[in-house]
Design a protein. Structure first.
Length: 142
């Protein structure tokens, strides 16, 4: 007759299995910015620094624009940027016949409970759903 395994071995095995399952579920969970282009190449950095600098009412040298996050989906892009003398903001642009057109800037502070309102606001502006969700996630984490 085989020896009985003690219960602690079985508990350790079940705990290990649960840990692996939780890690796999977390790795597979969709993140709000999945599917959104977040690559900020040197060319994009240069182009968007000029766009952001020209979107503000005060004179800002494009070299003074610092990027926190770049997000793009379809014809829309949003840039979380900082510059001297201004609070950080997310600048929304829409491509229109090959030209990036400034649409709006969002500035302020937000916490995770603000995500639905932030997403709704970006959608009302015309931004695609994935970009709106990414924007809401980014500004509530910074």
């Amino acid at each position: 007759m085989p020896k009985r395994q003690d219960a602690s071995w079985m508990l350790r095995w079940v705990a290990a299995l649960v840990t692996v399952a939780q890690a796999a579920a977390g790795a597979c969970a969709a993140r709000p910015c999945d599917g959104v282009d977040t690559a900020l190449s040197p060319g994009r950095r240069r182009d968007y620094a000029r766009l952001v600098a020209s979107a503000v009412t005060t004179h800002v040298d494009p070299s003074a624009v610092h990027f926190r996050t770049f997000m793009a989906s379809g014809s829309w892009s949003a840039i979380y940027a900082a510059m001297p003398g201004s609070e950080d903001g997310v600048f929304f642009f829409q491509d229109s016949n090959g030209q990036q057109r400034f649409r709006e800037v969002w500035g302020g502070w937000a916490d995770p409970s603000d995500k639905p309102e932030l997403t709704r606001r970006a959608r009302q502006l015309g931004a695609p759903a994935d970009l709106a969700a990414c924007f809401a996630d980014v500004v509530t984490r910074h």
